[in-house]
Unconditional design. Structure first.
Length: 245
């Protein structure tokens, strides 16, 4: 039987600060377990952002670099170009990647740097208390859209996979969700494929993981799963957007 979820040995024994029902723990565990499985821990350099995404940085054994406020692509580019034998993974939330660091993200993808991005889209600025992100759903109430995100003033959610897949250089662009076991298995396969591409020096891969933030969605963990299934996945359809490997 396929193992869906086992704790990666790449974690330091410590408590964590994620809220109940948060997807960061799942995302991080499948990422770290895949690094383990592929024997990449020794050569891995993980580049972390601002936000709850960055909290995981304190729990992992491989080398980490903190490049907050959307600058992970610039830092990761420098590392990979100076040390091409290293295995470089960017782990960024939607506020960090699609708002603060949008320019860096697009240009790194367009250059086709040989690194891997894991993009956690939870439709909100989680850590700072739930402000609107570029990915916030239409009608979603946040601290900066008190009556729900509307067309006039806020525009529609930005869809990163759709945008990045229009560029010439990215080789693998895919979106997965972390709301149930089937989706987690698919996400894990996508992450493994993206990692294998970097091992084989095949170019840039962008993996988006639709994630839950019950605290700022103002829903229970159970209702967050329902919201993900009924609403979020409709706005951000799952699937492979580009594959040239
Ligand atoms: C220049 C700057 N702008 C804003 C912030 C505050 N800040 C810290 S974390 C964060 C939001 C991160 O949201 P996201 O990347 O979606 O991560 P999440 O917490 O949802 O995982 C912001 C705006 C900051 N520290 N510096
Ligand atoms: S605020 Fe949201 S993203 Fe941050 S730990 Fe809590 S559930 Fe996770
Ligand atoms: Mg977020």
């Amino acid at each position: 039987m396929e193992i869906v979820y086992k704790k990666s040995s790449n974690f330091i024994e410590a408590g964590h600060s994620f809220c109940p029902g948060c997807s960061h723990g799942i995302a991080h565990n499948i990422m770290m377990d895949t690094i383990d499985e592929m024997g990449l821990a020794e050569k891995a350099i993980l580049v972390y952002p601002v936000g709850c995404a960055a909290n995981a940085m304190t729990y992992v054994k491989p080398n980490v670099v903190h490049a907050p406020h959307g600058r992970a692509p610039a830092v990761a580019t420098g590392i990979k170009r100076c040390a091409p034998d290293k295995f470089v993974v960017l782990y960024q939330g939607d506020g960090d990647l699609a708002a603060i660091g949008m320019a860096e993200t697009i240009h790194m993808a367009n250059r086709g740097e040989h690194v891997t991005t894991i993009y956690i889209n939870n439709t909100i600025y989680g850590m700072t208390g739930g402000q609107m992100a570029p990915t916030t759903m239409m009608g979603q109430i946040t601290t900066t859209t008190r009556e729900g995100r509307g067309l006039h003033g806020e525009g529609q959610p930005i869809k990163m996979c759709e945008m990045i897949s229009t560029l010439g250089e990215p080789k693998f662009v895919a979106r997965y969700a972390l709301d149930n076991a089937k989706h987690v298995i698919e996400a894990r396969k996508g992450i493994k494929k993206a990692f294998q591409m970097q091992v084989e020096d095949k170019g840039y891969a962008f993996i988006e993981l639709l994630s839950m933030c019950p605290s700022n969605w103002h829903l229970s963990p159970k209702d967050s799963v329902k919201y993900m299934e009924e609403e979020v996945i409709k706005t951000f359809p799952l699937g492979v957007y580009k594959e040239e490997v």
